[in-house]
Design a protein around this ligand. Structure first.
Ligand code: HEC
Ligand code: HEC
Ligand code: HEC
Ligand code: HEC
Ligand code: HEC
Length: 426
């Protein structure tokens, strides 16, 4: 993805930065250096403060608030507002920051570098934590509200300069065009997985268990067919450059990456036998990639009313199951890219059984829920209590049924109108 004219321009960034506002040497679109080098500099944290805006910038171009970009980039703003990056300062994080207190700025930074990376947001957070009445706190005047999480400027603006991909059609603005925010510095690094790895991959010195970093998404991707075929994180998570970033919390996104099939159950000689298969056909890394979600496969018999017959239900975990103190990995049963698995079921038939039910349940925030419950049991946790209670409520509410199929068992005393729940029989 490296464009030929980039290699020659490793030095243009520092030069451009030295140019004053309105300088004729500051083109509307300037190429940046090679992707690895660009990403290392762009995401060297803590990010430095933006500094004063050039005098000719309009108020809209001066503000760091996503709402300021919205006036000219409404589509990106609408997508971002519906996406997890805009919610990266949720109550689970805020509760923990409240516990740290206003002056623990280095501790804040250990979280903000991924969750709200602008220096101006760190200052805003500190003021909010120190405020006597946090509810009445007025956010930063320059528009860097810590509650906005990972903002447009967090990914696109450094030292008041805007960075982005080249135009989608490869064209360039006509020379001398006067663009808002002095145009942008174009780099293909924005379409490269390394741009995302800055926050979605721990480096070799980060926390690891059984030889695998706790956040290993980029390396999982790099070892996959998707990397070989040139499909980057953005190809799946930002289709047509849309700012969606759907992941484990979105049932349709998860379904798009899996092939799931339930066999017709055989009920013979008092035994019920069947099989469920799951294949990771389109997730660009392990399913799921993090230690936080818990996916449970359930196969079991149900009575005529559809009620599960508890003693007949089998459960299988798909997760990287780690202890709450992150000291032990109990199991790693995730599905790597292109891996498939079969879950066979074979059990005596319960006399009341009328159907066999296959279910896959996803709890995207299982680890966090366990963590919040433990924190709330700790009497030393005080300032963050209300936020952590809200975070627990949200984490529990995020679970959903990914797949459900209810198959009648022959001789189950079922009439043609089976107790099916909307699932077609084959
Ligand atoms: C007054 C209108 C205006 C405001 C406000 C504005 N932009 Fe822009 N932006 C533009 C225009 C016009 C372009 C040039 C588009 C082109 O010529 O293809 C542009 C280009 C960009 C690009 C490069 C697009 C590409 O094709 O790669 C990025 C990234 C960008 N803006 C981000 C932002 C962010 C982030 C903010 C808020 C901090 C912002 N803009 C605020 C008008 C605006
Ligand atoms: C997590 C980092 C991130 C955040 C947050 C983010 N962007 Fe982007 N943006 C990107 C990446 C990466 C691309 C390029 C995607 C590609 O090339 O496939 C991009 C592309 C763009 C483009 C060019 C779009 C096009 O169709 O050519 C514009 C304009 C833009 N972003 C504006 C914004 C605005 C406005 C916001 C906030 C509402 C925002 N971005 C938030 C990472 C981000
Ligand atoms: C500055 C750090 C940062 C960068 C850069 C970044 N992300 Fe994220 N991303 C986060 C954080 C923090 C969250 C969690 C938000 C929250 O609190 O729920 C997240 C969440 C996500 C999720 C949703 C996860 C879920 O649980 O459903 C996806 C998908 C995602 N990011 C993809 C990307 C992609 C693709 C890129 C590159 C274009 C990218 N991210 C760049 C920090 C980042
Ligand atoms: C290297 C980047 C990175 C750092 C540093 C980081 N996080 Fe996260 N965090 C993420 C990503 C990515 C996710 C989303 C993945 C997921 O859902 O598990 C996330 C999700 C979370 C969530 C659950 C989603 C939510 O918003 O409620 C909490 C809580 C959280 N982080 C707290 C913290 C705290 C506290 C710190 C600092 C001690 C921290 N994080 C540091 C990247 C980071
Ligand atoms: C081939 C498509 C594809 C590619 C490439 C891809 N992903 Fe995903 N990603 C998915 C799908 C589908 C899901 C939903 C299933 C899941 O959660 O594992 C997902 C989920 C996620 C999640 C949610 C958290 C979790 O535990 O699963 C994050 C974060 C994420 N991807 C980040 C990335 C990053 C970063 C890259 C690049 C290094 C990347 N993805 C590359 C398809 C892709």
């Amino acid at each position: 993805m490296k464009l030929p004219w980039l290699g020659a321009c490793l030095l243009c960034l520092p030069l451009l930065a030295a140019c004053g506002p309105g300088s004729s040497a500051s083109p509307a679109v300037a190429p940046a250096a090679d992707a690895a080098e660009f990403v290392a500099r762009h995401w060297a944290r803590p990010l430095p403060p933006q500094g004063p805006a050039p005098a000719h910038f309009t108020p809209a171009a001066t503000s760091l608030a996503p709402t300021a970009c919205a006036g000219c980039h409404p589509r990106q703003f609408a997508d971002w507002g519906s996406a997890p990056h805009s919610r990266a300062m949720g109550p689970g994080l805020l509760g923990q920051l409240q516990e740290m207190g206003a002056d623990a700025v280095e501790d804040h930074q250990a979280c903000l570098e991924c969750h709200a990376p602008l220096a101006e947001q760190a200052a805003d957070l500190r003021r909010a934590l120190a405020a006597a009445n946090p509810a009445g706190f007025a956010p930063d005047v320059a528009g860097a509200d810590h509650r906005d999480g990972l903002t447009c400027a967090g990914c696109h603006v450094r030292q008041r300069r805007t960075f982005g991909p080249p135009r989608a059609d490869g064209s360039l603005p006509a020379p001398g065009t006067d663009l808002p925010h002095d145009g942008w510095i174009a780099t293909p690094a924005f379409a490269d997985s390394r741009f995302c790895a800055a926050c979605h991959q721990f480096d070799a010195s980060g926390p690891a268990l059984n030889g695998k970093p706790l956040e290993n998404t980029y390396e999982e991707w790099r070892a996959s067919r998707h990397a070989r075929e040139g499909r980057h994180c953005q190809s799946c998570h930002m289709p047509e450059r849309r700012h969606l970033w759907r992941g484990i919390h979105d049932a349709d996104m998860v379904r798009s990456g899996l092939a799931i099939a339930a066999s017709e159950p055989a009920a013979r000689d008092g035994v019920v036998a069947a099989e469920l298969s799951i294949a990771n056909v389109g997730v660009g890394h392990a399913f799921p990639t993090y230690v936080t979600p818990r996916v449970v496969v359930e196969i079991g018999q149900a009575d005529r009313a559809g009620k599960p017959l508890a003693a007949t239900v089998e459960r299988h975990l798909i997760a990287r199951d780690v202890s709450l103190d992150l000291a032990t990995e109990h199991a790693d049963t995730r599905l790597l890219p292109d891996e498939s698995r079969r879950y066979a079921y074979r059990r005596p038939r319960d006399a009341r059984a009328a159907a066999l039910v296959f279910r896959i349940v996803v709890a995207p925030d299982d680890f966090y829920a366990r963590f919040y419950r433990a924190s709330l049991r700790d009497p030393d946790v005080r300032k963050g209590r209300a936020a952590l209670r809200e975070a627990l409520r949200r984490a529990e509410a995020s679970s959903y049924v990914l797949f459900e199929s209810r198959r009648p068992l022959a001789g189950g005393g079922l009439s043609a109108s089976r107790v099916a729940s909307g699932e077609e029989s084959r």
